[in-house]
Ligand binder design. Structure first.
Ligand code: HEM
Length: 239
């Protein structure tokens, strides 16, 4: 095992995970008012209206795919009677569609953020790093889904390499050989993803943890017009 292997497949992931955990704690303690999505809907909503849902539905589907691919070992799906071939086609087609949706939405968000003057002015250096990392991960990940998985003749079984290595990290027994056995494109994706997780707590992405659960239980809001809208209502003195 070379020093480079130790750096990439042991030190980098644990440093990124530690930064992710401590970074959230630090951000929450020092920047509670800055914690959120920093919505720019008031500045522009025509493009945001389609680009944001496309991006979010796509990336959440892709995140679900990553959980299935990395957390669940191939032996588990095999014991459920799902063949490697069936799994591969499901992952490649669903992953490809999720990737396409994410790319379409993300291109819209980037276009809006760079061409709309008002939105551009709200863009911080942290946003630029976030968009840079997302651009790389989304485009390169979609390339893997299509180029190395859906359209390739001999698709790589990443659940036995990257998946096994990823799970071994959480068992505190890193399987470096499994990571080294993966093709370069998968390795590059994993390294970029650790950079993404390490930067996550310092970006607007922390909004992922702040879902408005209170909407489920809160009393309904009744909207009433301030002024009567029809003559009949006016006669009744409606407010
Ligand atoms: C957990 C579910 C999520 C919810 C409910 C959510 C909600 C939101 C909301 C309300 C906005 C503000 C949109 C606006 O500007 O009006 C936003 C923006 C954003 N979200 Fe999410 N989000 C979620 C997950 C994610 C994930 C997983 C990512 C990426 C990893 C992400 C990345 C972004 C980015 C980059 C923006 C800024 C878009 C822009 O203005 O250019 N979100 N999100």
């Amino acid at each position: 095992m070379s020093a480079g292997d130790v750096l990439l497949w042991i030190i980098l992931p644990y440093v990124a995970l530690a930064t992710f955990v401590v970074g959230h704690w630090w951000r929450y303690r020092t920047d509670r008012f800055g914690w959120g999505a920093r919505s720019t809907q008031l500045l522009e909503r025509r493009i945001l209206g389609w680009a944001s849902p496309a991006f979010h539905f796509g990336i959440l589907a892709a995140a679900g795919g990553h959980v299935i691919g990395l957390v669940i070992p191939a032996s588990w799906t095999a014991s459920l009677g799902i063949s490697e071939n069936a799994y591969h086609w499901f992952a490649a087609v669903a992953g490809g569609l999720a990737g396409l949706l994410t790319v379409v939405g993300f291109v819209g968000l980037l276009y809006r953020r760079t061409t709309n003057d008002r939105v551009r002015r709200t863009t911080t250096p942290a946003d630029m790093v976030t968009y840079g990392l997302l651009t790389f991960l989304v485009l390169q990940g979609t390339y893997i889904a299509f180029g190395e998985n859906l359209l390739a003749d001999d698709a790589h079984h990443y659940r036995d390499t990257m998946g096994a290595w990823w799970r071994s990290l959480f068992a505190l027994d890193p399987d470096v050989d499994a990571a080294v056995a993966a093709p370069f494109m998968y390795q590059l994706h994993a390294v970029a993803a650790w950079a993404f997780w390490a930067f996550f707590p310092f970006s607007r992405l922390v909004h992922v943890w702040s879902l408005p659960w209170q909407y489920i239980g809160r009393p309904p809001i009744l909207y009433r017009r301030r002024f009567a809208t029809s003559r009949r209502a006016a006669r009744r003195g409606a407010r």
